[in-house]
Every structure is written in C-alpha cells, then in structure tokens.
Design a protein around this ligand. Structure first.
Ligand code: ARG
Length: 458
C-alpha cells in the first residue's frame, strides 16, 4: 500500500520495518476521539473560511458514517495502516473523494495524537473514578455493618491495640479518596487542547484553537505549540496516580490473603472469588487478591517505562513517543480490571467476627490501656509503662492474660489498682474509650462514615 507520505520516497518501506513502525494494533482504540477531533477540525476550518462549507459538510458526513460503521462492526481496522489517524483519513477519502484530502489542512498527526490521547484518557478516567467511588461506597457499607467487630490492630504485624474491623477498612476508604483527588487533579491539568499546534510550530492559517477546544470540552488550549505536541506529563501523572492506587489495592489484597488463611481466618471470601487447587482437594485460594497484588508491579512498570522513554528526548515530537500509548493503555486496562474484581470480592466476603475477637484476646493488646488506667490514677506514664511491661512478662511466664490476672496480684503490683480495672481493660472498653478524633472509637467511626457519605454526594 502506498504511504500518504510516499511522494518523497522512491522505494517502498520494508515490510518488517512497516510492521515495526505501525501503531494501529493498539491506537485503534482511540478511533472515536480521532473522529470527534476531526469533526471539530472540519467545523473550525469552514468557520474560518479555510475550507468550504460544502467540503466541511462532506467531511463530517463521511466521518460520521465511518464512526457508525466501526461501532456496528461493518468497518474493520486495516492492520496494514500506519496508525489510526492515517486509517481514518484514508477511509474518509475513499468514501468522499477529494474533500477528504482537505481535512489535514492546518493539522499534523503530532497535535492530532496529542489531542486523541487526552480525550481518550479523559473518558477512561471518568469511568475509573466512578469505579473508585463505588468501591469507597462499598467499603463504607461494609464498615457500617461491622462497627462492633473487634480485631487486633497491628504494628510490625504484631498485635498492638484493639480496633474495629470498620475502622481498619475505613483506612483504605481514605486512601481511595486521595486516589480520586490525584486522578481528578491530573485530569484538570490535562484538559488543555493541543489541537492547532500542528507539527510543532503552529500554522500560517488563521485558525481558531479556542473554537476547537471549546467544541471538544477542553478548559483551555496549550499555550506553547512545541510543548503542546511534546508534553506527556499527563500520562506520567496518571500513571503515578494509578501506581499509588494499585499500591493501595495491593496492600489491601495482602491483608485479604492473610485474613483468608487458617492462621487468621478473619474473613472468608465468597466461592465466586476464590479458586481451588489441581492437586490439593482441600484448598480454597484467594487468587483474585493475589493477582491484583501481582498486577501492581506491571503498573509501576508502565510508569517507569514511560518516564524512561521521555527522559532525554529532544523537543518536539519524536517517534519514541508512540510508546506512551501501550504503557498508559496497559495501566488503564489493568486498573479497570482490578477495580472490577476487587469491589465484589470484598463486598461478598464474610467477616468472621468471633475469630477476630478470639485473636484479640491473646497478645496483650490492652496493655496500653492498662498503663493509661494507672496514669489516670496519677502515675506518670513512663512509670506505668514499665510496670505494665513487667506485668505482661509475669503473665507470659504464668500463662495468663491481663484480664484474668487475680486482683491481689494487681494490688501487689500497685496500690492504685481498683476492682474497676477489669472493666477498664476489656476489649470493648479499649475500643469504646478511644474518643480521640480519627480513632477507633464509635463516634469517630461514625464521623468517618458520614465524611465518606458527604464526599460521595459531592
Ligand atoms: N502513531 C504516532 C504516535 O502514536 C502518531 C504520530 C506520528 N507523527 C509522526 N510525525 N510520525 O505517536
């Protein structure tokens, strides 16, 4: 097939080189944005008298029919085309003749691709954001059902202090709220239109870039044409926002994997989100959680790949930049798939409150509360801390726990102990008395639930 740019050349492009160079197999997913951009361009060209109204109308009709045919499956992408931009332009000329050849006036593939990818990402991210919102709502609902589920909170993966399962999973909801902020912020900065920057230097035609920007839903135009065609910061910003999001999902998945083990058994995943083993009949594996944890790595890889591609590129467009798409598309697909499976996986998991409570009874997670008890009776914290440490050591060597230590032993340790000590260090009391803002106490947990509801309403 003759290339659009064949005029300057006397030999055909080598077949292997042609396949290597072509991006249609992955950039074809931007066909809608490419057509929308071209329609806006044709409207602008006619409005400025650069092409006739008649040609513009033919172009728009032609593009509209191409869009319909791709959508309904009657037009297949030609995998021999160099990229989606060339494919649509040549299909247009096939359909409407010479008018089609006027579309590329005052435009280059360099500003075209910069436009398409922004529009594509804008649409994709709306979807990604709505999936994260729905995950946040699911976590809020799960938390609301489990405000009474006491579990050990951990530091260093050692039992530390009692928390509620609600409080624990709301921590993840807060992370996902920040993820939404990062993605929305990147979209805001991305939403400047590069169309009309042309190859790199702008154009000699009296174009109206604001007209196109407005028509395509952009907030502004890129102010420097060289920057407009060579900027891929928005891809990097989104990739880093996705990387952080995937890291959050991965940490959560790690806990889900642990909680599903016989050693913890804090939750039981639904059969619909678990798999078996080919040899061990007893197995029920948390494959979905493991796979999401695993996929985090490929999104980090996409970020590092594109950072590395861009590093050292001279201005303006370089073919290296075609590599942006596979990285960002892979990340978009991965994030979408992970969110699609994560939310129902966590929503359908059963919370095994009794096991959480049993685990909370061991490990002295009320030791801080015992120290605080003495502090409230007048003992300096450091003194109380030491005394409780010795008490824990005593319990360990006598195979007992703080809540079961006989009262005369307490009295022996300090005159400050009263009979109320047992109530004060019960797990329920430890949780309910955490009155500080943002803590695991019931008021704070309710505040967090309300905060999320307010966030989602906005
Ligand atoms: N397929 C190319 C890309 O994805 C489109 C831009 C090509 N521009 C050029 N001057 N070769 O980057």
């Amino acid at each position: 097939m003759d290339k659009m740019w064949a005029g300057r050349f006397s030999q055909q492009l080598d077949k292997i080189a042609d396949d290597f160079n072509s991006s249609i197999r992955f950039d074809c997913r931007m066909y809608k944005q490419d057509i929308e951009g071209s329609i806006a361009h044709a409207l602008m060209l006619a409005s400025k008298g650069i092409i006739s109204a008649d040609d513009s109308a033919k172009i728009i009709d032609g593009l509209t029919s191409i869009l319909e045919d791709i959508d309904n499956g009657t037009l297949a992408f030609d995998m021999n085309a160099e990229d989606i931009h060339m494919f649509i332009e040549s299909e247009l000329t096939k359909r409407i003749g010479d008018a089609g050849k006027r579309l590329h006036t005052a435009r280059s593939r360099n500003d075209q691709v910069a436009l398409d990818i922004r529009m594509y990402l804008r649409a994709e991210n709306e979807q990604i954001l709505s999936k994260i919102y729905s995950l946040i709502a699911a976590l809020r609902d799960k938390a609301a059902e489990n405000t009474d589920a006491i579990m050990p909170g951990y530091t260093h993966l050692q039992r530390a202090q009692p928390v509620t399962f609600a409080h624990h999973i709301l921590a993840y909801a807060m992370m996902f709220i920040r993820d939404c902020g990062r993605i929305s912020d990147a979209i805001k900065r991305m939403n400047s239109s590069p169309i009309g920057c042309c190859a790199l230097a702008g154009t000699t035609y009296n174009t109206d870039r604001y007209f196109e920007a407005q028509h395509l839903g952009f907030d502004s135009i890129t102010m420097n044409s060289i920057d407009g065609v060579s900027d891929r910061d928005f891809c990097l910003e989104l990739l880093s926002a996705y990387s952080v999001l995937m890291m959050h999902l991965s940490r959560f998945c790690e806990e889900i994997v642990m909680w599903s083990s016989w050693e913890f058994k804090f939750i039981e995943l639904s059969d619909s989100y678990s798999t078996g083993s080919s040899i061990m009949p007893q197995k029920k594996n948390p494959d979905m959680a493991e796979l999401i944890r695993g996929k985090c790595g490929r999104v980090y890889g996409d970020l590092v790949a594109l950072l590395t591609t861009l590093k050292g590129l001279p201005l303006a467009y370089n073919k290296d930049m075609q590599e942006d798409k596979e990285a960002i598309f892979d990340a978009v697909d991965t994030v979408n798939m992970c969110l699609d499976v994560f939310e129902p996986m966590i929503s359908t998991a059963s919370v095994l409150k009794d096991n959480m409570l049993t685990a909370s009874r061991k490990g002295f997670i009320n030791a801080t509360d015992l120290a605080d008890y003495l502090v409230k009776k007048g003992m300096p914290f450091r003194v109380a801390y030491k005394l409780v440490g010795e008490t824990v050591a005593y319990c360990i060597s006598n195979n007992t726990v703080l809540e079961e230590l006989p009262f005369d032993k307490y009295k022996e340790l300090s005159e400050l102990f009263d009979e109320d000590v047992y109530d004060e260090i019960s797990l329920e009391a430890c949780v309910n008395k955490r009155i500080s803002q943002g803590g695991t106490g019931p008021k704070s947990v309710q505040d967090q639930i309300d905060y999320i509801t307010e966030f989602l309403a906005k």
